[in-house]
Design a protein around this ligand. Structure first.
Ligand SMILES: N[C@@H](CCC(=O)N[C@@H](CS)C(=O)NCC(=O)O)C(=O)O
Length: 215
C-alpha cells in the first residue's frame, strides 16, 4: 500500500499510527511542503485523486482513497485485529463521535496556535492560546476518568492525540489537567504514537525549525 502524506500532517499521522498499531507496512511518500509555513505545495497524484488536494491519500492495488477516517476504516475492514473500534454498537458510535470531535472540533481550535508562534505576545496569539486551552479542557472532560477516550484504545485516541500534538508542538502544556497529561503519557508509551511524533520532530529539526519544547 502506498501512502502519500506530509512531513507535518496530523491527519497523515493518524494513518501512520493506525498502520503501526495493526502492523500494516506502508510505502510512505512525503509530499513537498513549504517548511516555514507548513503549506502543502502540491503533488500530481494527490491532486488527481483528492479533489480537496489534501493528504493523506492511499493507493492499494488500484484502489485510490483519501481522508484519514476513510483510510482507517479500510484498514479496519482489511485487518480487523487488533480492533481499533469498541465492539459494542453504542460504544462504537460514541468512539466514532469522539474521533469526529477530535478531527473537526478540537483540531481546528488547537492548530491556530501555530500561526502566532513567532509573536507569542500578540493579541491573536493570546486568543489562540485561550482557544487551544479550551480544547484541552474539552478533551480532558471527554476523557473523564477513563483510560482511553472510548473506554478501550481506539481511533478516537489516535485522532485526539494528533490533535493534541498540534498544540503541544507549539508549547501548549495541559497544565492543571492531570487526566489529560496522564493520557498523553499513556499514548506516548505506545511505539506507534512515539514514532509519529518523533518523525515530525525530526523533520522540523532537519529543516532547522525551532519550536518550543513539546508539552
Ligand atoms: N478530513 C481530512 C483532512 C485532511 C487535511 O486537512 N490535510 C492537510 C494536511 S494535515 C492538507 O493536506 N492540507 C493541505 C491543504 O489543505 O492545502 C482527513 O482526515 O484526511
Amino acid at each position: 500500500m502506498k501512502l502519500y502524506t506530509g512531513p507535518v500532517s496530523m491527519f497523515g499521522a493518524k494513518v501512520l499510527i493506525a498502520a503501526a498499531e495493526k502492523g500494516i507496512r506502508l510505502d510512505v511518500e512525503m509530499v513537498p511542503y513549504q517548511p516555514r509555513t507548513f503549506t502543502y505545495v502540491g503533488h500530481p497524484e494527490v491532486d488527481r485523486i483528492n479533489p480537496k488536494r489534501q493528504v493523506p491519500v492511499l493507493i492499494d492495488q488500484g484502489l485510490e482513497i483519501f481522508d484519514s477516517t476513510v483510510i482507517c476504516e479500510y484498514f479496519e475492514d482489511l485487518f480487523p485485529e487488533p480492533p481499533l473500534w469498541p465492539a459494542e454498537p453504542r460504544s462504537r458510535a460514541a468512539a466514532r463521535l469522539a474521533e469526529l470531535r477530535a478531527d473537526e472540533i478540537w483540531f481546528p481550535k488547537l492548530r491556530q496556535l501555530g500561526q502566532f508562534v513567532r509573536d507569542p505576545t500578540s493579541t491573536e496569539a493570546v486568543e489562540a492560546r485561550a482557544l487551544a486551552m479550551d480544547a484541552y479542557r474539552e478533551m480532558d472532560a471527554a476523557l473523564g476518568d477513563r483510560t482511553w477516550m472510548a473506554g478501550v484504545f481506539s481511533y478516537a485516541d489516535i485522532a485526539a492525540y494528533t490533535a493534541f500534538l498540534t498544540a503541544a508542538f507549539f508549547g501548549l502544556r495541559p497544565e492543571g489537567l492531570p487526566r489529560l497529561s496522564a493520557w498523553r503519557d499513556r499514548m506516548e508509551a505506545r511505539p506507534s504514537a512515539r514514532a509519529a511524533r518523533d518523525g515530525i520532530l525530526s523533520y522540523l529539526a532537519e529543516q532547522n525549525i525551532r519550536l518550543p519544547e513539546p508539552a
